[in-house]
Structures are given as C-alpha cells and as structure tokens.
Design a protein around this ligand. Structure first.
Ligand SMILES: [Zn+2]
Ligand SMILES: [Zn+2]
Length: 743
C-alpha cells in the first residue's frame, strides 16, 4: 500500500475511521494494515489499528495530525480477520474502531506485547548462603522471600513470593539492592491442553453409527466452503462427529474452531477433546484473566493450537491454517451479543467459512428457524442423527390440564403421584421451571395490590432464603414489608411459584431423596454449577429442579422422568420467537427422559392442552412443530421471512427517548417515501414491553425489510444520518441488526 496517510480504527462510537499522517520512522516500525499505532487524540493518546494507507485525506492538511508510533513489526490482525471485521462493522452498522478492538485481547488493546512475560525471581549465590534467621530479626518479609526462593533453581514467580506478605514487592526490591535476589523475565506459554494425561494413549471414539458415518463422510468430502446443519438430540453423538472431522483436519495440519454457548462450555466437553485429540487445545471463555486470554490467542495465531474451543467472541480468533468451523447449539441466543457491538457469532462464522473457503457445521437438536430456512432453501445441507445409539424409545408425553387439576405449590396431584412412582422405582426426576426465587410476586390479600419495583414496570420477586424482595430487571433489593403500601393491611402473601418454593414443596413431599436445584441463585460461587451437575450425573441426586440453565446441552444419563411445571409461561411470550424458544427448551429438557432400554415419561402442566403448536410439538416432534410455526411466521412476515433492525432508545425523561425515536421515524419515512427503498417499512415508535426499567423510560422503533439486501441498503443511508439528529445526543440509543429479542 502506498501513501503517507493512515486510516485508523479508534475505539470511539463514531461510524468512521480517522486519518493521520504517517509517523516519522525513527525507532518505530513501518506502517501496515492490521498493525497497532499510537496516535494523539484530543489531549490524550490512543491506540488504534491501521485499516488502510492512502495518498489523500478529506481532512485539510493543516488539520491533519501525525501518528506517534507504529507498535507492531508484523500485523496483529491478518488480512482475513481484517476483512471479517470490516464486513461485520458494515453489516451491523457499528463503529469500525470498536469492532477492531473487539477482536483483540485486552492486553493488546492496551498496547502490551504479543509475547506476555512474567517476572522470575532467583536467590543469588550470596542469597542462598545468607543467614535467614538473623535476617528474620530485622526484616521478616525479606527472610521469608529468601526461604521461598532459596532451593528453587528454576526460580519462582510473583504468585509464590506474594505468600511472603503484602509488602513483598518492596522487600524484594531491597533484596535486589543487597544482591541477595535477581529478577529475569520469562515468556508465558499458553495454557494449552495437550493430549491425554501422562501414560494414557489417545482414546479412540466409539464405532460410529450409520447416521454418524453418513454425516462424517458428507462433511469430510467437502472441498472448500460448504455449510452443514447437523440435527441431533443430546446424546445422539454430535460430539463424535465433531471429533472425527477435527481429527481429519489435524491430519492435514489444519486448525478447527468450535464455538459453544457460554454455559455449554463444560469441563466434561474439554476433557473429552483432550482425551481424544493429539494436539494443543486452547479454550477461550469469559473466565480467563487477561494474560490467559492473550496466551491462548497467541497459540491460535502462531498455529501451535490445533483446536480452539470458545464462546461467542472466539469467532475473531486468528487461524493461520484454517480447517473446520463448528457452531454447537447454533440456536442458542447467547451466540448473539446483546449490547455494544451486537453481532451474531453464528452468522459471522458462516461468513468467515465462506471467505476462508472451508466447511462449517451448525449443530443443534433444535435448529433455529433461520438455519432451517437456509436448509430448506438448499443453502445448507441437512444431516440428521435420529436415534440415540444404544437406547431408548421416544419418551411418552402426558399433558396435565391445569384448568381441571388443582395445583398445590405448583404441583398437581397426577404429577405428585408420578414423581413418587419414579423415585420409588429407583428413577431420577427432572423438573423444569424457568422462574427463580420463591414466588414471582407478593400480593396484598386485602386490596389485591402487587408489590412493584419503584424503578421498573415489574413486580418484585420474593426470595425466602434471603428474606428479600428482589427486582430481576434492575437488581434492586428490599426487606419484605410488614404491610401493604396501598391499604396498610398486614396481609402480604407470596403468589405463584419459583424454583425456591418448588424445592421446598419437594422437600416436604420427598424429603428422603436428595434434591439438587440449579438456577442463578444456587450457582453463584465458582465451580458450584459443575459440582451440582456432577451430583446429577452420578445419580446421587434423585430430584433435580432448575431453570433454563438445565436446558443447555448437559447430558443426564439417569433421568427417567421430566416435568415441565408451567408450559404457558414460555409458549405465550410477547416476542415473535417465544414459541420457538419454548419448543427448543422443551426438546432439550424432554430429551433427557429415558435411559438404557427404559422409555422415559414427560409431564407437561398447562392451561392450554389444546394449543395446536403444543400438540404438534408433543405428538410429532420439533421438525413438524417448526414447519407449522414457520408457516405462521411466513404469514406474519417475521424473520427468517423478513429482515429486522431494532432501534432502542432510553432516557430518564420519557419524552427524551420518544423525541429521538420520532425524529428517527420521520427520517425513515422521508427516505422510504422517496421511493428509493422498496420493501422497507417501519413499525412504531412504541414503548418497550417493559417501558420503565432501572428508572429509565424505554421505547423502540422497528425497521423491517423483505430481504437483507433491502435492509442493508436502507441502513447505509439512514443509520449514519441518525448521528446528526438533534435529539440523538440526549437519549441513549442503539441500532440492533437481526435482533435476537424484540425488547
Ligand atoms: Zn393492600
Ligand atoms: Zn427494578
């Protein structure tokens, strides 16, 4: 690239790059696309990424500032990642500098070196021979440091020395002055997990079933880009297919990238890969510290990791030898980022596979309607893993009509009887209730008033164990009041069921059987979810209840009965995706029932046992349900049969948010009425389903287009113009392309 103007991505909310003059060479490196650069910005300096080098700038020469220094000798972001980021910034209409920043580990964003190093401390010859008892009388921390480092020929790191006491750094500096201690820097190697533990050989996966073999053959036969939708329930062997295909890529010296939902990234999954693959495996997830994240990223970038397993943001990992990309649980909503740079990791992955000309596999027991439509249209090849190897007939499903069956603490009598029967027959029972806390509301039995959050249009949830009322939307907590705020009667009662209350009811009824509850409240501590899941897997826990957290790809081999406590809550949500999400949870949960040759039982409590979608789902399964629900979507014109961009605005004053949305709507109307944008329309502005949240008023404006192309053409003019609206500076707002949720 020729020229001396650098076009730089800086992490600001602006939808553009920034021009600077090339720095004078000096000790810095030559400018190049994908390298980091330090630039003056206002009165500060910032670190940006060079996107292009050109010959001219729209900025007058007198105003053009000069970049200070190019940090990198080699580009940090290679051409293929840069192209991905540019496409993503354009498609999601997000600030390009922020998009580039999202692709870098935090330490690199802050200007750190690619090779992370750490201090290593050695006792010197003199230090090894010092009389530490004498030293301890004058300087106890120094003496402890000497003791810690004395017999360690390889040296010790900061973590070891910090045991000496909180003032260890000062003490270590004094020891260096006295020539009793030395310090050097060591490159930190990534936490790759390499092959089986010592002595064990690589475990070969079980002989594939016919269906698995067909799927593997199809994927392995792909030469270049091809997208596969791999449909199979939990336990049908999707992981075996992944493993075999990754193994094949490794034989050709190629890396594979596996994306999973945050909660699906279990130690069991990583352990399985470790036992079966002879390569370096790095795991990228939100629990890593900055150094761990950088070293894992480096191992992917230098090719030493053959497999990269990660959550959403791992889609931006550099792959010098790209092989296979896999998205597991491709329907999962967590693959879409819900704030800031609102990208879909699944959709970016498909784009990336096409650009790299490599195959991609989207795996799910319950594919998203978007992916099913892509399969129907022939863009994805559909592969099915129908049976669960070595087992089991489909579970028997029974609907319990809540209109005729009285309910106590959320449990009808037929359900109580069934639970008791399974427990006494040595079975394991799973109960699904997607509502945590004791009761979803507190009601005054004198005047009917419900206790509401003062900052949100929402009821406070009663948590009995903590004896608090909590708002699940803004997090505010209150002590439980003694009387009704409205009529002052002392008659407040918890209404409805949450997991906490259900657990109490089950303990009262079946106290002799161990119960495990899994929801956000019981799994706050690190490692707690793994500990609880293990109790379930081992069969020690006999009753298992929990929220959505239970539905994410965990394998519970011993469950004989599953109960959905309240089907209606999910089936009739406000979002056009409510029924799809409910069906996905239902299949994930119901798919647990049955073990070995024993068919399981599934019970569903509902007020609407005649609902056609529910009946189809129960009687004919997910695919038939999806076909029916997709036909309804098509009639209503919702995605995947249209494309959406949702503009959300919020402000402490209601009119501030709605003034902005009205201006944005007027602008949209003007563009659409010009006749240049066919197939595009707007809906709203309207209040968000929960209009007030955390003290702020929220509204939204929906842009809908018949096709992605039409939406993109419209957004390319409309979105930049929003920045110039007078009201845009007063409200907090965002534009979400392909929103996962309409609120
Ligand atoms: Zn009252
Ligand atoms: Zn609240």
């Amino acid at each position: 690239m020729a020229g001396n103007i650098l076009r730089i991505g800086l992490a600001t909310p602006l939808l553009r790059l920034f021009d600077y003059r090339c720095p004078v060479q000096g000790d810095g490196h030559a400018a190049g696309r994908g390298k980091r650069v330090v630039v003056p910005f206002g009165k500060q300096t910032r670190i940006g990424i060079i996107a292009a080098i050109t010959e001219s700038s729209a900025i007058p020469a007198a105003k053009l500032r000069t970049a200070i220094r190019v940090i990198d000798a080699e580009p940090l972001l290679d051409e293929s990642i840069m192209a991905l980021l540019e496409w993503a910034a354009d498609y999601y209409r997000h600030a390009p500098g922020e998009v580039m920043a999202a692709a870098l580990p935090a330490l690199l964003r802050k200007g750190g070196a690619v090779d992370a190093t750490e201090s290593i401390w050695h006792a010197t010859e003199q230090g090894r021979n010092v009389d530490s008892k004498a030293l301890a009388r004058r300087a106890p921390v120094q003496a402890r440091i000497i003791e810690l480092a004395r017999d360690k020929p390889d040296g010790v790191d900061d973590g070891v020395l910090s045991v000496a006491g909180s003032t260890w750094r000062t003490a270590a500096a004094k020891l260096i002055d006295k020539k009793l201690l030395d310090r050097s820097q060591r490159r930190i190697d990534p936490l790759t997990i390499t092959g089986p533990a010592n002595g064990q050989s690589i475990e070969s996966p079980p002989t594939p079933t016919d269906a698995q073999r067909t799927a593997m053959d199809a994927i392995m036969a792909a030469n270049g880009f091809a997208a596969f939708l791999l449909e199979g329930v939990t336990g049908s062997g999707k992981t075996e297919v992944y493993l075999r295909c990754i193994e094949r890529e490794l034989e050709h010296g190629r890396q594979s990238l596996l994306l999973v939902p945050e909660i699906g990234l279990t130690p069991q999954l990583v352990d399985r890969f470790r036992r079966c693959l002879a390569t370096g495996i790095v795991v990228l997830h939100s629990g890593l510290n900055d150094t761990e994240r950088l070293t894992a990223w480096r191992a992917a970038r230098d090719g030493s990791a053959g497999v990269i397993i990660g959550t959403r943001s791992a889609i931006f990992t550099p792959l010098p030898n790209p092989g296979l990309i896999i998205i597991d649980e491709e329907h999962d909503a967590s693959l879409k980022q819900q704030d800031g740079f609102r990208y879909s990791a699944r959709d970016l992955a498909v784009w990336r596979a096409r650009q790299l000309d490599r195959p991609i596999v989207l795996g799910s027991a319950t594919p998203s309607f978007e992916s099913l439509e892509n399969a129907n249209a022939g863009r994805y090849a559909k592969l099915c893993l129908p049976e669960r190897p070595g087992s089991a007939r489909q579970p028997e499903v029974r609907l319990i009509d809540l209109r005729v069956q009285p309910c106590k603490d959320g449990l009808t009598e037929p359900l109580r009887i069934a639970i008791g029967r399974h427990l006494s027959n040595d079975g394991q029972v799973l109960l699904y209730l997607n509502r945590r806390g004791f009761a979803p509301s507190m009601m005054c039995t004198s005047c009917g008033q419900l206790v509401e959050c003062r900052r949100c249009d929402a009821r406070l949830v009663f948590h009995q164990q903590r004896a608090r009322l909590v708002c699940h939307h803004c997090g505010v907590e209150h002590a439980v009041p003694n009387e009704c705020a409205e009529c002052h009667a002392p008659d407040l009662l918890p209404v409805g069921q949450g997991t906490e209350r259900l657990e109490q009811a089950l303990t009262d009824l079946f106290g002799q059987y161990p119960i495990v509850r899994i929801d956000r409240d019981t799994t706050r501590r690190k490692g707690e979810i793994e500990r609880r899941l293990e109790l379930v897997r081992s069969g020690e826990a006999r009753l298992l209840l929990g929220t959505q957290m239970l539905t994410k790809g965990h394998d519970f081999p011993n469950v004989t009965m599953v109960a959905i406590i309240d089907a209606d809550q999910g089936l009739f949500g406000t979002d056009f995706r409510s029924s799809e999400r409910f069906a996905q949870s239902f299949i994930q949960v119901a798919g647990r029932a049955g073990r070995g040759d024993r068919p399981g039982e599934v019970y569903i409590q509902t007020l609407f046992p005649d609902h056609p979608l529910l009946l189809t789902l129960v009687a004919e399964g997910y695919d038939r349900f999806a076909a029916q629900a997709m036909a309804e979507r098509k009639l209503a014109g919702w995605p995947p049969y249209s494309s959406l961009a949702l503009t959300r605005a919020e402000a402490t004053q209601r009119h501030t948010a709605f003034d902005f949305l009205a201006e944005a709507r007027d602008l949209a109307a003007q563009l659409i009425n010009s006749g240049r944008f066919t197939g595009v329309r707007w809906l709203g502005p309207a209040p968000a389903p929960m209009e007030r949240r955390a003290g702020r008023y929220r509204g939204q404006l929906l842009i809908q287009a018949d096709t992605r192309g039409q939406l993109q053409r419209f957004l390319s003019e409309w979105r930049p113009a929003l920045d110039n609206l007078k009201s845009a500076r007063k409200a907090r707002w965002s534009v979400d392309v392909d929103p996962a949720e309409l609120f």
